[in-house]
Design a protein around this ligand. Structure first.
Ligand SMILES: [Zn+2]
Length: 482
């Protein structure tokens, strides 16, 4: 069994990962708010936790990992789009238009993340499907003295959990009040108290609750969905082992971007621990660092903001995006640059050509597995892949790459050279070389070489023959005029 080491935000150390039940490793990752296309930064946690999911499936077996990632479909921006469409004369009720917006955004998301080679989680719950569970959890928190209703709102009382609140991000409640931009409201007992439920206006989607018509706050959905899908539902069908039953309501891994650590994850922990009357919600907390573009924070005002869809439309294949992401460790800031994308394209083209029609080795090489098992050292794993490629071990390269979700059949296609059969071009150069050897006039050889290079081919000439390898920017159309 591979020992996986993970950096646990909760303990701030790299630890051996020991699942509660190796037959059912349970992981929850915060998913997107589905109001628009996913930007490139949104895709980073998807790829990071996809690699972790693949590694866990490799180590524990594909049927022994449960991965849940939610869709937040209760959100002001979704409502605003629906409202704008209704005002513009769109048919249907506001509720239907809200759902329509969520549905189209979820469709885009799954398509775009699929294009990056991300496997779909085992469950992808939507917040709107879990309102009843959220209301039940809020009622429970009130009954246990951890929440209170005030002016149509229900708030979590951080003072009821004061000694624990802030432990994940390493802050005390008093520090947080001093440093945070907290929303001050007269009905809050402590300015840090956060919303579990809030009233809805008649114009906006809402659900009946013991506190009037309203909608849930954002944080409660993850607590309710994680508990329902990773504890209550499996418990109800008798799918939890003895080991799991000894740790009620606890999950193995919770992941997300480090921008979610506070307040979102602190609030999830507070809600889950207080509702379930225990100290631990997830044993291991993993956070990925953020993404930049050409050394700058991605922002609409800087003009360097783009979505995954934008890149795909520009002809940057998903596999290249994935490769660029994986070259940087998930706990380091990741810089997206055009140069990296070009280099990734050249590498992947070579690797795809090298592994065409090759069966992968039966198992991924230990060096690749060990790198990934060392807190997802994807850069180290890629360095191993380069070694396989340099050594001509195509089967080893393919097996290792597939553990990272690269060189898969799903992501194939973009690197193919199309209908162009390069062998005729290689033959033409070989013939020209043969003539030149006699005549000592190499001008035709040089002309052909220059034309091939201009079309994006690497020309490898040896006494054994001539090999043409497409590299970054290969354009078959340019060969037409040679
Ligand atoms: Zn969450």
């Amino acid at each position: 069994m591979t020992t996986i080491k993970l950096h646990n935000t909760r303990t701030r150390t790299k630890e051996d990962f020991v699942p509660i039940d190796p037959d059912n490793v349970r992981m929850y990752v915060c998913g997107p708010t589905v109001y628009d296309r996913a930007h490139l930064g949104n895709a980073r946690p998807v790829v990071v936790f996809d690699v972790l999911y693949r590694l866990l499936r490799y180590a524990y077996g594909p049927d022994h990992v449960t991965y849940v990632r939610n869709f937040t479909d209760v959100d002001d921006k979704i409502n605003a789009t629906a409202l704008a469409r209704k005002r513009a004369g769109a048919e249907g009720s506001l509720e239907q238009l809200v759902q329509e917006r969520s549905n189209e955004t979820i469709g885009w998301y799954l398509h775009d993340m699929g294009a990056l080679g991300a496997m779909e989680p085992n469950a992808m719950p939507r917040a709107t499907e879990y309102i009843a569970q959220m209301i039940a959890m809020i009622e429970d928190l009130i009954a246990k003295g951890h929440a209170y209703a005030a002016v149509g709102h229900v708030l979590f009382a951080v003072d009821s959990w004061k000694n624990h609140y802030g432990a994940l991000s390493g802050r005390s409640v008093d520090d947080m009040i001093a440093g945070a931009r907290v929303e001050v409201a007269p009905y809050k007992k402590n300015p840090m108290d956060f919303v579990l439920w809030k009233p809805s206006t008649d114009e906006l989607p809402g659900w009946d609750s013991p506190w009037g018509r309203g909608r849930p706050g954002w944080h409660i959905e993850c607590s309710a969905m994680a508990d329902d899908l990773l504890w209550k539902q499996p418990l109800a069908v008798g799918a939890l082992s003895e080991q799991a039953l000894q740790h009620p309501h606890v999950i193995d891994i919770h992941g997300g971007g480090n921008d979610l650590m506070f307040p979102h994850h602190e609030n999830e922990i507070a809600q889950s621990c207080c509702a379930n009357e225990q100290d631990v919600f997830a044993n291991y907390w993993l956070h990925n660092e953020m993404l930049q573009v050409e050394g700058k924070k991605m922002s609409k005002s800087l003009g360097n903001f783009f979505t995954v869809h934008d890149l795909l439309e520009q002809g940057v294949p998903g596999e290249i995006i994935r490769f660029v992401f994986l070259q940087t460790h998930y706990r380091k800031p990741m810089d997206w640059t055009e140069k990296k994308a070009r280099e990734a394209e050249a590498t992947l083209r070579k690797w795809r050509a090298l592994t065409a029609d090759i069966e992968p080795a039966v198992t991924a090489a230990p060096a690749v597995v060990d790198a990934l098992a060392d807190d997802l050292n994807t850069a180290g794993a890629i360095a191993e892949l380069h070694r396989f490629a340099a050594g001509g071990d195509a089967a080893g390269l393919l097996a290792g790459a597939r553990l990272l979700g690269l060189l898969t059949d799903e992501l194939a296609g973009w690197a193919e050279t199309g209908a162009i059969d390069l062998s005729s071009y290689a033959d033409r150069l070989a013939d020209a070389r043969a003539v030149a050897m006699q005549s000592k006039d190499f001008s035709e050889v040089d002309r052909l070489k220059a034309a091939y290079v201009a079309a994006g081919l690497e020309v490898r000439m040896s006494k054994d023959g001539i090999e043409l390898v497409p590299v970054a920017g290969f354009d078959a159309a340019k060969l037409g005029c040679v």
